[in-house]
Design a protein around this ligand. Structure first.
Ligand SMILES: NC(=O)c1ccc[n+]([C@@H]2O[C@H](COP(=O)([O-])OP(=O)(O)OC[C@H]3O[C@@H](n4cnc5c(N)ncnc54)[C@H](OP(=O)(O)O)[C@@H]3O)[C@@H](O)[C@H]2O)c1
Length: 286
């Protein structure tokens, strides 16, 4: 590890954090909270001019810097690397891969173009960002922290969630490999798996085909959407744990009502039980 000045574990020095998808939802809330806590936040959005709320908080918090980033745009990723490399003296403490959306539709309706865009945004882009920023993260005095925002959907194969679930379960798998490969260099990887929270996620959904009885079953399962500040607190605590040297190499964190229970059940019960249960529930709605 280098003797760079930027550090996660000192009381006087500030932590540098890069976050994707900050125009709204979780990303906006992470950016606001972490900047309020004194971290140097690089908040990115693909349409900065339209991110009015983000522009407003950047006016109020001078440790919140805005950068243009469509996560699918390689040259924009390179620009961000250059900027952070210069401003942070070759170091980055925390990368939060947050940008993403849900592609919904039955497998039979999933055209390749829609599927490819889902995977590019939710999977390929976060992996590209991990690859790009690994050298800077490895220079962080405490070894660096990558937080990948996954989902409860990564272990629940819900009808019409197939593409979204597949992108998130693959993100989990790659995160595990990444953690193992970089453990010796002190890197921590966290996979955060929220249940349904009230962000703009539902409005951002891209639908293919027509939804029928699937959506009824889904909305019965996820009646309420929780307060997103629960996820924001979790992210803030994760960084504090890293600061205190108490965060392990790999951290899988279901967050939201019943998500921990679902996680355990899905891991230990035969998946056929869950699929049969869902199939019966859908048949009832027909
Ligand atoms: N809310 C939930 O219930 C929930 C549950 C589990 C997991 N998650 C995950 O949480 C993350 C954040 O979602 P959210 O709930 O905050 O939803 P949201 O309110 O819709 O916000 C999504 C953010 O991602 C950005 N984004 C999408 N594609 C992008 C791209 N190509 N480049 C840059 N930014 C892009 C959006 O930017 P634009 O404004 O430009 O579209 C927006 O800032 C996602 O990864 C999602 O899968 C959410």
């Amino acid at each position: 590890m280098s003797n760079q000045t930027s550090t996660l574990h000192s009381g006087t020095k500030k932590t540098s954090v890069l976050i994707t998808g900050c125009s709204k939802g979780f990303g906006l809330m992470f950016a606001r909270r972490l900047a309020q806590e004194g971290h140097r936040v690089y908040a990115t959005a693909r349409n900065l001019q339209e991110a009015t709320e983000l522009l407003k908080i950047a006016d109020e918090l001078n440790n919140l810097q805005l950068l243009q980033l469509d996560v699918m745009n390689l040259s924009e990723i390179e620009n961000i690397l250059k900027t952070i490399n210069e401003r942070e003296d070759g170091t980055l403490d925390v990368l939060i891969n947050n940008a993403g959306y849900g592609l919904m539709g039955a497998v039979a309706d999933l055209d390749l173009e829609a599927l490819e865009k889902q995977f590019k945004t939710n999977l390929f882009a976060p992996i590209q960002l991990c690859r790009t920023f690994l050298p800077l993260l490895q220079n962080a005095q405490a070894g660096g922290l990558i937080i990948n925002i996954s989902s409860v959907a990564s272990y629940l194969g819900l009808p019409s969630f197939g593409a979204y679930s597949a992108s998130k379960v693959a993100l989990n798998a790659l995160s595990m490999s990444l953690a193992t490969e970089n453990a010796a260099k002190g890197l921590s990887v966290a996979v955060v798996e929220p249940g349904p929270f009230s962000t703009n996620f539902r409005d951002s959904v891209k639908q293919v085909g027509t939804e029928t009885n699937y959506s009824k079953v889904r909305s019965k399962l996820f009646v309420t959407q929780e307060d997103p500040s629960k996820v924001v607190n979790l992210i803030s605590n994760l960084i504090q744990k890293k600061l205190a040297g108490k965060l392990g190499t790999y951290n899988e964190l279901p967050v939201g009502r019943n998500t921990g229970l679902f996680r355990v059940l899905c891991r230990w019960l035969p998946q056929a039980l869950f699929v049969n249960f869902m199939a019966k529930a859908i048949n009832k709605e027909c």
